[in-house]
Write a protein that binds this ligand. Structure first.
Ligand code: G3P
Ligand code: CA
Length: 289
């Protein structure tokens, strides 16, 4: 004998329908990743830039790690100092890995921004020192950090040193803190080493070059063994790559998206997040959905 169906009270049905309707209408969350902070509006990789990204509504504060000759992890995009560092000594030029941390102390990574934006006189008043990883892990301890390991092949032991810093500052102590970290790299080897040591840490495999059609599936299968997602350049993202990544449960965070039309197109396409120099703009575009 079939059991008699138990009807939920009418009020409960109505409540469920309202909830389902609200879910259907709720826009899909899309991560706003402040690329080097809010680097269209402030000098990249300065506290002013990340503070602006926070004020503009970024979900994630993105930055790149380099290592000095005396093994200090510092925050700078380029392997070389020349593009963004200015200073009184020749030590503010050349490769970061050829300079000791103390040599970098007098370098300023804010001033170059005024060469591009002479009207930004406020830049003269901000802290233009090259930040260390330790400083960021402390200053932004309540925020969500999206950290790139740059050139880890040139810095043996960088992964272990990086994880030790996260540990030292309590970022690995709880699931809540770990969930506010994403670690990205173009180096599969570096990410695999992170995954082997801290399996609970979410990783994003950056992808700069197109993946040949026949290699899409095996490449994504390989990435899915250690990473939570891919970070493709906007130049190489195709509907096929997006769909294949999603089919394997991988997030897709696209870099670097600064134009409103491209933001709208990527939102419509179904990406999970974007790296942008203009987090305020992306936040406004998302709010207008
Ligand atoms: O980290 C994503 C994107 O930032 C990779 O490119 O060169 O800006 O670090 P890049
Ligand atoms: Ca980066």
């Amino acid at each position: 004998m079939r059991p008699r169906s138990v009807r939920p009270p009418a009020g409960l049905v109505a409540g469920l329908l309202v909830t389902l309707a609200a879910c259907a209408d709720a826009p899909r969350p899309i991560a706003v990743i402040g690329h080097r902070g809010a680097s269209a509006d402030a000098p990249e990789h300065t506290f002013a830039s990340w503070d602006r990204a926070v004020a503009d509504g970024a979900d994630w504060l993105e930055f790149d790690l380099q290592r000095t000759a005396d093994s200090v992890l510092v925050v700078l995009h380029d392997d070389a100092l020349d593009r963004t560092a200015r200073g009184p000594t020749p030590a503010c030029t050349g490769l970061v890995r050829a300079r000791a941390r103390a040599e970098l102390a007098a370098c300023d990574v804010a001033r170059w921004f005024r060469e591009r934006h002479p009207e930004a006189t406020w830049v003269d008043t901000i802290d233009g020192r090259i930040p260390t990883l330790d400083e960021i892990l402390v200053r932004y301890r309540a925020h969500a950090l999206y950290i790139e390991l740059k050139s880890p092949e040139s810095a043996p032991g960088m992964v272990e040193q990086f994880l030790a810093a996260l540990e030292r500052h309590g970022w690995l102590a709880t699931a809540e803190a770990r969930d506010r970290l994403l670690v990205q790299s173009f180096s599969p080897g570096a990410l695999q080493r992170v995954h082997a040591r801290v399996p609970g840490l979410r990783l994003i495999q950056l992808v700069g070059d197109s993946i040949p059609e026949a290699a899409v599936e095996p490449t994504l299968d390989s990435i899915a063994r250690y990473a939570a997602g891919i970070g493709p350049s906007g130049r190489i993202l195709t509907p096929r790559l997006l769909a294949a990544a999603h089919a394997k449960g991988l997030l897709v965070h696209v870099y670097t998206v600064n134009e409103e039309a491209q933001m709208r197109a990527l939102i419509a396409a179904g990406v999970d997040g974007m790296f942008t120099d203009r987090p305020g703009l992306l936040r406004r575009v998302l709010a207008a959905r």
